[in-house]
Ligand binder design. Structure first.
Ligand code: BJW
Length: 233
């Protein structure tokens, strides 16, 4: 820990599980109830926009009823108190990192509380449903879609993420199965750039092999303990 200065944290659905948000690939997760091809691809949206809007409208409504858990709160504390470099890269579309108080956050797969207009390419904070095809506040087109990254689309802010990975002394992955690229490749990128790597996850997965250290347990317990250790160092 002595030379630790720049930290990149990658979070996935597992960090929000204890807040009551479904993960994707666990038993009972979202991909058991919905076909990925139908709800998380541009082709699925083209085929049946109403089905996709309903899927995201329900999740947008649900996310506003839950609260950050001790893992989000611990990362927000790290953000406040860590004087070195920090980037929290989240694959999650919920806003629980921000509601816990973190600000150095990048949403690489977009945000539920945002709507994207494919006509004028503007984004708008959005808390209500999109199923009724409301007008875009900028250009008035009735084409607003969820501002999320589907399979085959380019994740957001990749330049900023890779710049942080190049500078990182420590890369920490929390609550992600490592099944989706490019996020799943960050551990190897970080290692190549010289960072130490740590995984905090409920269980070991195929990707665990790539980490210098892997700890198993609930994010709500592991993350506060890890943040305490870093801030004491
Ligand atoms: C707990 C816990 C607790 C539970 N405590 N832990 C080969 C190489 C490179 C790319 C590809 C490739 N083959 C195919 C691709 C492309 C594709 C891809 O990765 N496909 C895979 C299926 C192989 N990727 C893309 O298309 C991406 N775009 C792209 O690659 O563009 C080109 C490009 C290339 C190179 C550089 C840059 C760009 C886009 C991917 C978009 C993913 N979108 C989704 C939906 C977003 C909106 C929404 O939320 O609906 O993102 S899919 C879904 O999976 C969502 C998630 O963010 C993402 C990751 O899931 P996550 O977070 O890991 O959740 P789970 O459920 O899988 O895991 C939860 C974990 O938590 C588990 O391990 C549990 O054990 C654990 N857990 N409770 C701690 N209490």
């Amino acid at each position: 820990m002595a030379e630790l200065r720049n930290i990149v944290v990658l979070t996935g659905a597992g960090i929000s599980a204890e807040s009551g948000i479904d993960t994707f690939r666990d038993a009972g997760g979202l991909w058991e109830k919905h076909r990925v091809e139908d709800v998380a691809t541009p082709q699925g949206y083209e085929r049946d926009p109403a089905l996709v809007q309903r899927f995201y409208d329900a999740r947008r409504e649900a996310v506003q009823k839950v609260s950050p858990n001790p893992a989000h709160e611990a990362l927000a504390r790290l953000d406040r108190e860590w004087e070195g470099g920090l980037l929290i890269v989240t694959q999650n579309v919920d806003d629980l990192h921000e509601r816990a108080g973190a600000s150095r956050v990048v949403h690489m797969h977009g945000e539920l509380l945002s709507a994207l207009c494919p006509i004028c390419e503007r984004r708008h904070r959005w808390t209500g449903p999109l199923i009724e095809r409301p007008e875009c506040p900028s250009c008035e087109a009735r084409s607003l879609r969820p501002d999320v990254v589907w399979f085959g689309e380019m994740p957001y802010q990749m330049d900023r993420i890779y710049a942080a990975l190049r500078r990182a002394d420590l890369f920490v992955s929390i609550g992600t199965s490592g099944a989706v690229y490019p996020a799943a490749g960050f551990v190897r990128d970080a290692r190549e750039y010289g960072a130490r790597t740590l995984e905090l996850n409920l269980e070991r997965g195929e990707g665990s092999y790539w980490f210098d250290e892997s700890q198993q347990g609930r994010a709500g317990e592991l993350v506060p303990a890890w943040v305490d250790e870093v801030l004491r160092s």
